[in-house]
Design a binder for this molecule. Structure first.
Ligand code: ADP
Ligand code: ADP
Ligand code: ZN
Length: 213
Protein backbone atom coordinates (compact mmCIF):
# COMPACT_ATOMS: atom_id res chain seq x y z
CA UNK A 1 0.00 0.00 0.00
CA UNK A 2 1.51 3.34 -1.11
CA UNK A 3 0.13 6.15 1.03
CA UNK A 4 0.74 9.90 1.09
CA UNK A 5 -0.12 12.11 4.07
CA UNK A 6 -1.34 15.62 3.19
CA UNK A 7 -2.13 18.44 5.60
CA UNK A 8 -0.80 21.62 7.17
CA UNK A 9 2.29 21.61 9.38
CA UNK A 10 1.11 20.28 12.73
CA UNK A 11 -2.08 18.70 11.38
CA UNK A 12 -1.03 15.33 12.80
CA UNK A 13 0.44 13.72 9.67
CA UNK A 14 3.43 12.28 11.52
CA UNK A 15 1.32 11.02 14.41
CA UNK A 16 -1.07 9.17 12.07
CA UNK A 17 1.75 8.01 9.75
CA UNK A 18 3.47 6.28 12.68
CA UNK A 19 0.24 4.47 13.59
CA UNK A 20 -0.35 3.43 9.97
CA UNK A 21 3.24 2.22 9.69
CA UNK A 22 2.87 -0.01 12.77
CA UNK A 23 -0.59 -1.31 11.84
CA UNK A 24 0.21 -2.17 8.21
CA UNK A 25 3.91 -3.05 8.60
CA UNK A 26 5.15 -0.53 6.03
CA UNK A 27 7.93 2.03 6.57
CA UNK A 28 7.15 5.59 7.65
CA UNK A 29 9.19 7.90 5.43
CA UNK A 30 9.33 11.50 6.64
CA UNK A 31 11.34 14.00 4.60
CA UNK A 32 11.46 16.32 7.63
CA UNK A 33 13.06 13.51 9.69
CA UNK A 34 15.53 12.76 6.88
CA UNK A 35 16.56 16.43 6.71
CA UNK A 36 16.82 16.71 10.50
CA UNK A 37 19.01 13.63 10.71
CA UNK A 38 21.26 15.10 7.97
CA UNK A 39 21.50 18.33 9.98
CA UNK A 40 22.41 16.37 13.11
CA UNK A 41 25.11 14.47 11.22
CA UNK A 42 26.50 17.65 9.65
CA UNK A 43 26.16 16.45 6.02
CA UNK A 44 26.29 18.80 3.00
CA UNK A 45 22.58 18.18 2.40
CA UNK A 46 21.88 18.99 6.05
CA UNK A 47 23.76 22.29 5.83
CA UNK A 48 21.86 23.33 2.72
CA UNK A 49 18.46 22.20 4.03
CA UNK A 50 18.89 23.98 7.38
CA UNK A 51 19.00 27.47 5.86
CA UNK A 52 15.56 26.93 4.36
CA UNK A 53 14.03 25.07 7.29
CA UNK A 54 15.04 27.70 9.83
CA UNK A 55 13.11 30.28 7.82
CA UNK A 56 10.03 28.14 7.46
CA UNK A 57 10.64 27.81 3.72
CA UNK A 58 10.63 24.65 1.64
CA UNK A 59 13.89 22.96 0.78
CA UNK A 60 14.23 23.23 -3.03
CA UNK A 61 12.75 20.39 -5.11
CA UNK A 62 16.20 19.57 -6.57
CA UNK A 63 17.42 18.60 -3.10
CA UNK A 64 14.27 16.72 -2.18
CA UNK A 65 12.94 14.65 -5.10
CA UNK A 66 15.93 12.37 -5.80
CA UNK A 67 16.28 11.67 -2.12
CA UNK A 68 12.72 10.34 -1.91
CA UNK A 69 12.89 8.48 -5.21
CA UNK A 70 16.00 6.65 -3.92
CA UNK A 71 14.45 5.95 -0.54
CA UNK A 72 11.29 4.35 -1.93
CA UNK A 73 13.38 2.13 -4.20
CA UNK A 74 14.95 0.44 -1.16
CA UNK A 75 14.06 -3.11 -0.27
CA UNK A 76 11.93 -2.40 2.81
CA UNK A 77 9.64 -0.18 0.68
CA UNK A 78 8.79 -2.76 -1.97
CA UNK A 79 5.37 -3.58 -0.49
CA UNK A 80 4.52 0.05 0.21
CA UNK A 81 5.17 2.92 2.58
CA UNK A 82 3.59 5.93 4.15
CA UNK A 83 5.12 9.18 2.90
CA UNK A 84 4.88 12.01 5.44
CA UNK A 85 5.80 15.52 4.31
CA UNK A 86 6.35 14.61 0.67
CA UNK A 87 5.19 15.65 -1.87
CA UNK A 88 4.80 19.29 -0.82
CA UNK A 89 4.74 20.94 -4.27
CA UNK A 90 3.21 20.05 -7.63
CA UNK A 91 6.68 19.40 -9.18
CA UNK A 92 7.41 16.96 -6.33
CA UNK A 93 4.10 15.17 -6.99
CA UNK A 94 4.99 14.96 -10.69
CA UNK A 95 8.46 13.60 -9.89
CA UNK A 96 6.89 10.94 -7.68
CA UNK A 97 4.33 10.03 -10.35
CA UNK A 98 7.07 9.61 -12.96
CA UNK A 99 9.26 7.50 -10.71
CA UNK A 100 6.30 5.23 -9.87
CA UNK A 101 5.09 4.99 -13.48
CA UNK A 102 8.55 3.75 -14.44
CA UNK A 103 7.88 0.73 -12.23
CA UNK A 104 4.22 0.25 -13.17
CA UNK A 105 3.13 1.60 -9.78
CA UNK A 106 1.00 4.47 -8.49
CA UNK A 107 -0.12 6.14 -5.26
CA UNK A 108 -3.01 4.20 -3.68
CA UNK A 109 -4.22 6.74 -1.13
CA UNK A 110 -3.58 10.42 -0.39
CA UNK A 111 -4.96 11.15 3.08
CA UNK A 112 -5.67 14.79 3.83
CA UNK A 113 -5.69 15.50 7.56
CA UNK A 114 -7.72 18.69 7.75
CA UNK A 115 -7.10 21.15 10.61
CA UNK A 116 -7.87 24.89 10.49
CA UNK A 117 -4.98 27.34 10.98
CA UNK A 118 -6.38 28.56 14.34
CA UNK A 119 -5.75 25.15 15.92
CA UNK A 120 -2.27 24.76 14.45
CA UNK A 121 -0.38 27.45 16.41
CA UNK A 122 -1.66 26.01 19.71
CA UNK A 123 -0.58 22.52 18.72
CA UNK A 124 2.89 23.52 17.61
CA UNK A 125 3.84 25.34 20.80
CA UNK A 126 3.05 22.14 22.73
CA UNK A 127 4.76 19.78 20.30
CA UNK A 128 7.79 17.92 21.56
CA UNK A 129 9.89 15.82 19.19
CA UNK A 130 12.28 12.97 19.90
CA UNK A 131 15.87 13.81 18.97
CA UNK A 132 16.56 10.32 17.66
CA UNK A 133 13.51 8.46 16.35
CA UNK A 134 11.29 11.33 15.20
CA UNK A 135 8.32 10.39 17.41
CA UNK A 136 6.26 13.44 18.38
CA UNK A 137 4.28 14.20 21.52
CA UNK A 138 2.17 17.05 22.81
CA UNK A 139 2.47 18.36 26.36
CA UNK A 140 -1.32 18.36 26.77
CA UNK A 141 -2.92 16.27 23.98
CA UNK A 142 -0.43 13.40 23.78
CA UNK A 143 2.09 13.51 26.62
CA UNK A 144 4.92 10.96 26.90
CA UNK A 145 4.74 8.53 29.85
CA UNK A 146 7.74 10.26 31.43
CA UNK A 147 8.16 14.01 30.94
CA UNK A 148 10.89 14.89 28.43
CA UNK A 149 11.62 11.25 27.50
CA UNK A 150 10.58 9.36 24.35
CA UNK A 151 8.26 6.37 25.01
CA UNK A 152 9.61 4.56 21.97
CA UNK A 153 13.38 4.86 22.35
CA UNK A 154 14.15 6.62 25.64
CA UNK A 155 15.92 9.62 24.07
CA UNK A 156 15.32 13.25 25.00
CA UNK A 157 12.45 15.39 23.68
CA UNK A 158 12.89 18.91 22.33
CA UNK A 159 10.82 21.84 21.09
CA UNK A 160 11.80 22.19 17.43
CA UNK A 161 13.41 25.52 16.44
CA UNK A 162 10.95 25.94 13.58
CA UNK A 163 7.94 25.41 15.87
CA UNK A 164 8.09 28.92 17.31
CA UNK A 165 4.99 30.99 16.42
CA UNK A 166 6.66 33.34 13.85
CA UNK A 167 8.09 30.42 11.87
CA UNK A 168 4.84 28.45 12.13
CA UNK A 169 2.96 31.41 10.58
CA UNK A 170 5.45 31.45 7.70
CA UNK A 171 5.11 27.67 7.26
CA UNK A 172 1.32 27.99 7.13
CA UNK A 173 1.62 30.61 4.34
CA UNK A 174 3.97 28.31 2.44
CA UNK A 175 1.54 25.43 2.99
CA UNK A 176 -1.43 27.36 1.58
CA UNK A 177 0.42 28.62 -1.48
CA UNK A 178 2.53 25.58 -2.41
CA UNK A 179 1.16 22.42 -0.78
CA UNK A 180 -2.62 22.84 -0.55
CA UNK A 181 -2.97 22.61 -4.38
CA UNK A 182 -1.99 18.94 -4.00
CA UNK A 183 -5.43 18.24 -2.53
CA UNK A 184 -7.00 19.02 -5.92
CA UNK A 185 -4.20 17.20 -7.71
CA UNK A 186 -4.88 13.91 -5.88
CA UNK A 187 -8.65 14.45 -6.01
CA UNK A 188 -8.32 14.47 -9.82
CA UNK A 189 -6.25 11.29 -9.61
CA UNK A 190 -9.13 9.69 -7.67
CA UNK A 191 -7.06 8.71 -4.63
CA UNK A 192 -7.90 11.52 -2.18
CA UNK A 193 -9.40 10.66 1.24
CA UNK A 194 -10.17 13.31 3.84
CA UNK A 195 -10.34 13.12 7.62
CA UNK A 196 -11.24 15.77 10.19
CA UNK A 197 -7.96 16.26 12.02
CA UNK A 198 -9.48 18.17 14.94
CA UNK A 199 -10.77 14.94 16.48
CA UNK A 200 -8.93 12.75 19.00
CA UNK A 201 -5.86 10.91 17.71
CA UNK A 202 -7.50 7.46 18.12
CA UNK A 203 -10.75 8.54 16.45
CA UNK A 204 -8.85 9.84 13.43
CA UNK A 205 -6.85 6.64 13.22
CA UNK A 206 -9.99 4.43 13.25
CA UNK A 207 -11.44 6.53 10.44
CA UNK A 208 -8.23 6.18 8.44
CA UNK A 209 -8.28 2.39 8.90
CA UNK A 210 -11.85 2.33 7.51
CA UNK A 211 -10.80 4.48 4.54
CA UNK A 212 -7.90 2.16 3.77
CA UNK A 213 -10.32 -0.81 3.87
P1 ADP B 1 5.80 19.34 9.76
O1 ADP B 1 5.61 17.88 10.03
O2 ADP B 1 5.59 20.16 10.97
O3 ADP B 1 5.02 19.84 8.59
P2 ADP B 1 8.26 18.52 8.57
O4 ADP B 1 9.09 17.79 9.55
O5 ADP B 1 7.47 17.74 7.59
O6 ADP B 1 7.32 19.52 9.38
O7 ADP B 1 9.14 19.57 7.76
C1 ADP B 1 10.00 20.48 8.40
C2 ADP B 1 10.68 21.33 7.35
O8 ADP B 1 11.48 20.48 6.49
C3 ADP B 1 9.73 22.06 6.40
O9 ADP B 1 9.29 23.30 6.93
C4 ADP B 1 10.63 22.23 5.17
O10 ADP B 1 11.56 23.28 5.35
C5 ADP B 1 11.43 20.93 5.15
N1 ADP B 1 10.77 19.90 4.32
C6 ADP B 1 10.27 18.71 4.74
N2 ADP B 1 9.76 18.02 3.71
C7 ADP B 1 9.93 18.78 2.60
C8 ADP B 1 9.61 18.63 1.23
N3 ADP B 1 8.95 17.55 0.76
N4 ADP B 1 9.96 19.63 0.37
C9 ADP B 1 10.60 20.73 0.81
N5 ADP B 1 10.92 20.94 2.09
C10 ADP B 1 10.60 19.98 2.99
P1 ADP C 1 2.63 16.99 11.47
O1 ADP C 1 3.45 15.77 11.22
O2 ADP C 1 1.45 17.11 10.57
O3 ADP C 1 3.45 18.24 11.49
P2 ADP C 1 2.40 15.97 14.22
O4 ADP C 1 1.94 14.58 14.03
O5 ADP C 1 3.82 16.18 14.61
O6 ADP C 1 2.03 16.88 12.92
O7 ADP C 1 1.45 16.69 15.30
C1 ADP C 1 1.64 18.05 15.68
C2 ADP C 1 1.39 18.20 17.20
O8 ADP C 1 0.01 18.00 17.48
C3 ADP C 1 2.15 17.18 18.03
O9 ADP C 1 2.48 17.79 19.27
C4 ADP C 1 1.13 16.05 18.25
O10 ADP C 1 1.37 15.31 19.44
C5 ADP C 1 -0.18 16.84 18.32
N1 ADP C 1 -1.32 16.11 17.75
C6 ADP C 1 -1.32 15.23 16.71
N2 ADP C 1 -2.57 14.80 16.44
C7 ADP C 1 -3.39 15.44 17.33
C8 ADP C 1 -4.82 15.42 17.57
N3 ADP C 1 -5.65 14.67 16.82
N4 ADP C 1 -5.30 16.20 18.56
C9 ADP C 1 -4.46 16.99 19.31
N5 ADP C 1 -3.12 17.05 19.14
C10 ADP C 1 -2.59 16.28 18.17
ZN1 ZN D 1 12.42 8.37 20.22
Amino acid sequence: MRIIMLGAPGAGKGTQAKLISERYGIPHISTGDIFRSNIKNGTELGKKAKTYMDQGQLVPDELTCDLVVDRIAQDDAKDGYVLDGFPRTIPQAEALKHALEGRGESVDFAIDVDVPDENIIKRMSGRRACVSCGATYHVVYNPPKKEGVCDVCGSGLILRDDDKPETVKKRLDVYHSQTQPLIDYYQKDGVLKEVDGTQEIDTIFSQIQKLLG
